[in-house]
Design a protein around this ligand. Structure first.
Ligand code: TXA
Ligand code: MG
Length: 351
């Protein structure tokens, strides 16, 4: 594993144009690192991933070491297409076929029975494997050039906020990675929707950029949402446990954010506040009267909010604040995935 800071080359592929030769050269260099058993931080349309050859148990073990991730938490395997996905599965349930057909490439992961070619360490010894075909064409091109499926969890230390830029990866993992590919900020900004296709009906284990109704439309039938099961301790997706996605600074999502922020300021604390109320006179008055308050306006659109959330948490985490306060968005469907991430980040603070 690398001891010095890794190279962080910029890669681009302007839409509708041939792949620039400089980009191909960087992808081939990355493919070589992968084939040599190394670790490459890769852009995807959701968050940056920490990738290694999924069929090389030693390389995958290096992912767990670099992240400080418990061996009990299985990894998602990234594939170039559905054919590669099926080569990793003992069987290909109808729901997986429908999701792959309708929504791949894209930000949804299917859990299917695992083939013996997948090393135990990838699945944490379990009988299923999680696979996804990423929406970013650059990621699929890298998989093709490497000629291997890529095991890739989010490229952060275990329990920290997921990275949505190459700089977040450098800050969080630095010398633990051999190479970081920089393709700019991620389009979705939160991790893929995870759907368990081994049960009838299929179950959503983690909400993500593709909503429940989008998954149901692809399946032509109902799914069960089990993402809340983490709160009951009965989840089958170990990495969706409560202690996840948390910044270092304590984070709260209170019922009455303006009152709570005023209260924290009265206690003499320095506060960062991600809020839908940035333009309200009350908020402006609070900010004008307190140097120790940073107000960050929240995007009223769920996709925009998701895209900015982790980057905002990373940025506020660098400001030596005592507390982060986040307005909890509405509880209707388009907001479910970001509410899930905010609640987890806040729960960590209570431990
Ligand atoms: O968008 C994403 O999914 C990103 C990018 C890099 O692709 N990856 C990602 O990986 O979020 P990670 O490891 O941070 O989260 C993977 C989630 C965890 O909650 C893990 O427990 C779950 O998927 N998972 C993996 N394999 C599973 C399996 N066989 N059964 C159930 N859950 C599984
Ligand atoms: Mg993660």
């Amino acid at each position: 594993m690398a001891r010095r800071l890794p190279d962080m080359p910029r890669i681009e592929w302007p839409e509708g144009r041939p792949v620039p030769p400089s980009t191909l050269a960087v992808l081939d260099r990355a493919a070589e690192v992968i084939r040599g058993g190394g670790l490459v931080a890769i852009p995807t349309e959701t968050v940056y991933g920490l990738a290694a050859d999924a069929l090389d148990a030693d390389a995958v073990e290096a992912i767990f070491r670099a992240k400080g991730r418990p061996a009990s938490n299985p990894l998602i395997v990234h594939v170039a297409d559905a054919v590669m996905a099926r080569s990793l599965a003992a069987s290909w349930p109808e729901p997986a076929a429908r999701i792959a057909e309708a929504l791949w490439p894209g930000p949804v992961t299917v859990v299917v029975p695992r083939s013996r070619v997948v090393p135990d360490i990838v699945t944490a010894g379990g009988s299923t494997v999680a696979v996804r075909c990423p929406g970013l064409p650059l990621t699929r091109l890298l998989i093709e050039r490497a000629g291997r499926p890529l095991a890739a969890p989010s490229a952060n230390r275990s329990e920290a906020v997921s990275p949505t830029t190459a700089h977040h990866v450098l800050e969080g993992l630095g010398h633990r990675v051999d190479l970081i590919l920089d393709a700019g900020p991620c389009r979705h900004g939160i991790e893929s929707t995870v759907v368990d296709c081994t049960t009838v009906p299929p179950r959503i284990l983690r909400p993500g950029p593709l909503s429940r109704s989008c998954i149901e439309a692809a399946l032509g039938g109902a799914v069960v949402d089990r993402s809340h099961a983490v709160e009951e301790g009965t989840t089958r997706s170990p990495g969706t446990g409560a202690r996840h996605y948390a910044p270092r600074t304590r984070l709260e999502a209170p019922g009455d954010p303006p009152a709570r922020v005023a209260d924290l300021l009265r206690q003499g604390l320095r506060v960062g506040w991600l809020t839908f109320r940035a333009a309200d006179p009350v908020t402006r008055a609070l900010a004008a009267a307190n140097d120790s308050l940073i107000v960050v306006p929240a995007d009223p659109d769920p996709d925009g909010f998701a895209r900015a959330l982790f980057a905002t948490l990373h940025a506020l985490d660098r400001r030596a604040l005592d507390r982060l306060v986040v307005d909890l968005p509405p509880s209707d469907e388009p907001w479910l995935a970001v509410r899930d991430r905010i609640r987890r980040a806040a729960r960590e603070a209570e431990d």
